[in-house]
Ligand binder design. Sequence first.
Ligand SMILES: Nc1ncnc2c1ncn2[C@@H]1O[C@H](COP(=O)(O)OP(=O)(O)OP(=O)(O)O)[C@@H](O)[C@H]1O
Ligand SMILES: [Mg+2]
Length: 333
Amino acid sequence: MSERYDVIGIGNAIVDVLSMVGEEFLTANGVQKGVMQLIDADRAIALYGAMGQAREISGGSAANTIAGLAMLGGKAAFVGKVKDDQLGAIFAHDIRALGAEFSTPMAPKALNGEETARCMVLVTPDGERSMNTYLGVSGHLGPDDIDADAHAAADWTYLEGYCLESPDTRAAFAKAIKAAKGAGRKVAVSLSDPFCVDRNRDEFRRLVREDADLLFANEHEVESLYQTGSLETALEAARADIAMSAITTGPTGAWILTAETRQHVPAAPMERVDATGAGDLFAAGFLYGLTQGHDLTTAGTMGCLAAGEIITHIGARPEQDLKTLFKKTGLMS
Ligand SMILES: Nc1ncnc2c1ncn2[C@@H]1O[C@H](COP(=O)(O)OP(=O)(O)OP(=O)(O)O)[C@@H](O)[C@H]1O
Ligand SMILES: [Mg+2]
């Protein structure tokens, strides 16, 4: 990675396997609704066997964000680990095809046992997504995969919260943070999932308070971070901890908070088919706005519009050209 990037995202490199299911499928198969559960290879095979017709679409939370940024014309790179197998090739192709840089060394084909990560995404008729993730080689992303110079040069280093589950990737984060902060660059972190926050709360709290400049979360995640059932309490706690927060609130939009300011930006009026990737694309639009020098209201509106596109169809990668969509609504000239 020799160039200078607006944003370098570090996250799990995952191919999503999406299927529409009824509510009863979740109950019958012990799937917890609306959250992410980690599963092993055997459970992945069993669930896949039980699912109806499915579609494979590249995913990964931070990878979706980087894909959206690249599509908008931002200079973006992704760091994550796939294996030299069929799903790994699909993942690498898709993210590069959108103009993002992706050059993390693949785990070799000869490696026995683990494969490229996949996530069974079960979408219910209400548009909610329930995820079951086999992490495979993705959790092996470590410090050797981090190019410190690239993070020292990038405006933003964007960290996917799910990665805190892996000790190797925590160490990779530490290296990237040190490089970025040492060079006066900024760090953003996304909380990813309320139960992931619950399992790793101390480290998330430390990360938000000490290392990060920008927090992305949905309302459930920020409430989990501060162990409160009150969104208001959580928003004020975030405001006291970190320079900037963008807290999404689903169909109503998002809160944008700084020490001095507090505003709510409305969601784009879109019909929700599949929520998968809404938070990720919100982050893409918001970071695009910030790196283009827009004010917070405009950046928030860009986040909501990019998120609005993603919920109108199955999968967490944009289907419409985001630039065209932004031009149509006057957000881009
Ligand atoms: N029904 C909706 N209509 C319009 N926009 C929506 C709707 N739901 C979500 N959004 C947009 O998506 C953004 C993020 O949504 P949400 O808070 O549900 O993220 P999330 O829970 O992280 O999503 P994900 O399922 O991808 O993890 C919102 O700020 C909003 O702009
Ligand atoms: Mg989310």
